[in-house]
Design a protein around this ligand. Structure first.
Ligand code: THU
Length: 128
């Protein structure tokens, strides 16, 4: 379900510059889902990735405990592609998640691969 919700969120993606549409579904430790999509900007550097949208929505609602995130991305009218989080998103995850337990679910529409945050950002800098 977490993956399906991420795929569904691609419809909300605002990606007129790259046409690469990404959806994310962040699961909180209480089971609640917080969704996100990428939001691009004509000043490209102001773009926000789907993962950070979900995290910032959650934190701004007072939620700071998370168990996993599913990410679904690909060209607007194309197939899903494996879409690993960028370095900035991994750093945001490091701030709020235990890298030994937080799961990042990636998929191309056929196979899902689940990584631990520490696999994607080994020796990452964190708050502790
Ligand atoms: N993007 C995400 O939203 N998440 C990722 O994991 C990688 C990239 C977005 C940023 C930009 O809007 C588009 O995908 C192309 O890089």
């Amino acid at each position: 379900m977490v993956k399906k919700t991420a795929i569904e969120m691609r419809k909300k993606s605002y990606a007129p510059y790259s046409n690469f549409c990404v959806g994310a579904c962040l699961e909180c430790t209480d089971g609640k889902y917080i969704t996100g999509c990428n939001i691009e900007n004509s000043s490209y550097g102001a773009t926000n990735c789907a993962e950070r949208t979900a995290f910032f929505k959650a934190v701004s609602d007072g939620i700071t405990h998370f168990s996993r995130i599913a990410i679904a991305g690909g060209q607007r009218n194309g197939a899903l592609q494996i879409c690993p989080p960028c370095g900035i998103c991994l750093q945001v995850m490091m701030e709020f998640c235990d890298p030994d337990h937080f799961e990042v679910i990636l998929g191309d529409g056929e196979n899902d691969i689940t990584y631990l945050l520490r696999d994607l950002l080994p020796k990452g800098f964190g708050p502790e």
